[in-house]
Design a protein around this ligand. Structure first.
Ligand code: PBG
Ligand code: ZN
Length: 333
């Protein structure tokens, strides 16, 4: 071949995907998925006391807050353009049936009242489950070594109602008992909360990624595990069945949890039902990125954003994430 004769290869002239990647404005034009702070829901842990702002060792930057501190953080969240928080309560006293879960002066109920009063335009969601409140750390009533389904439903319903009475904008049952969405919908409707939506932890897997959360919420089961109610990580068709049941029972938003290792489930759920779909990037997903970045093994901000865009690209309309504040700050720059 003479010098200069072939300046391009004819074999790629119709397939030059690099053309639209050459400059940032071009890349922006063809970008399919865009994250915004309004995609995020920020989880918060409320503890008894005053002036308590205690970092969780395994979750750098995430704190257990007393109600007064939770109000401050909620205000900061709203200022960043994040539309919602989800509250978890750690009670002063735990017992067999988790009675503080529906105590009108429980941690979540107090926090909801204080935050709703102090912060405008923030959607306050409450996590509805028993495991933070029971002495054995299980998500329901225990008899022998069984977590009994139907007896637990009544307690979950009472808990959800007390969150609504405190002023919650949305309740999010995370227990995975059968039939809980139906009983919660019924009790809410009976008490006039017909317009209060339910975000159901619909496909919640029995996951090793919840480890750091259980430190934060002090909810590690004292014996056994959660495999009799949370899903087997190997199953996908079963997730569809779970989500379908929750929609039939009245769920308004359905959640897949964890997020990163279950992107295929998020996609299937979104395609199958077209419902508002949430994904929970859980504590372990967060802490792994934090730990690797701290070691200098990965670029923190880059991997944080990549993990979030992956979840949105998979079909999530909203993401519960401990990165919400950091990611929102980055996006606002
Ligand atoms: C309680 C609950 C859990 C999480 C949310 N709600 C933990 C569990 O099921 O043990 C996990 C959240 C996280 O890991 O960030 N049922
Ligand atoms: Zn639980």
């Amino acid at each position: 071949m003479e010098k200069g004769e072939m300046t391009y290869s004819p074999y790629v002239s119709f397939g030059r995907t690099r053309r639209t990647r050459m400059t940032e404005p071009l890349r922006a034009m063809v970008r399919e998925t865009v994250l915004t702070p309004s995609d995020f829901i920020y989880p918060m842990f409320v503890v008894p006391g005053k002036g308590v702002h205690k970092e969780i060792k395994s979750m750098p930057g995430i704190h257990q807050n007393s109600v007064d501190e939770a109000v401050k953080e909620a205000r900061e969240v709203a200022k960043l353009g994040i539309p919602a928080i989800i509250l978890f309560g750690i009670p002063a006293h735990k017992d067999e049936v988790g009675s503080e879960a529906w105590d009108p002066n429980g941690m979540v109920q107090q926090a909801v009242r204080a935050i709703k009063k102090a912060v405008k335009d923030l959607v306050v969601i409450t996590d509805v489950c028993m495991c933070e409140y029971t002495s054995h750390g299980h998500c329901g009533i225990v008899s022998g070594d069984e977590i009994v389904n139907d007896e637990t439903l009544e307690l979950l319903a009472r808990e959800a109602l007390s969150h609504a009475d405190a002023g919650a904008d949305m309740v999010a049952p995370s227990d995975m008992m059968d039939g809980r969405i139906a009983v919660i919908r019924e009790i809410l409707d009976d008490h006039g909360y017909v317009n209060l939506p339910i975000m159901s932890y619909a496909a919640k897997y029995s996951s090793g990624y919840y480890g750091p959360f259980r430190d934060a919420a002090e909810s590690t089961p004292k014996f056994g595990d959660r495999r009799s109610h949370q899903m087997d990580p190997a199953n996908s068709n079963e997730a569809i069945r779970e989500v379908e049941l929750d929609i039939d029972e009245g769920a308004d938003i359905v959640m897949v949890k964890p997020a990163g290792p279950y992107l295929d489930i998020i996609r299937r759920v979104k395609d199958e039902f077209g419902m508002p779909t949430a994904a929970y990037q859980v504590s372990g997903e967060f802490s792994m990125i934090k730990a690797a970045a701290k070691n200098g093994w990965i670029d923190h901000d880059r991997v944080m954003m990549e993990s979030l865009i992956g979840i949105k690209r998979a079909g999530a309309d909203m993401i519960l994430t401990y990165f919400a504040k950091e990611a929102a700050r980055l996006l606002r720059k």
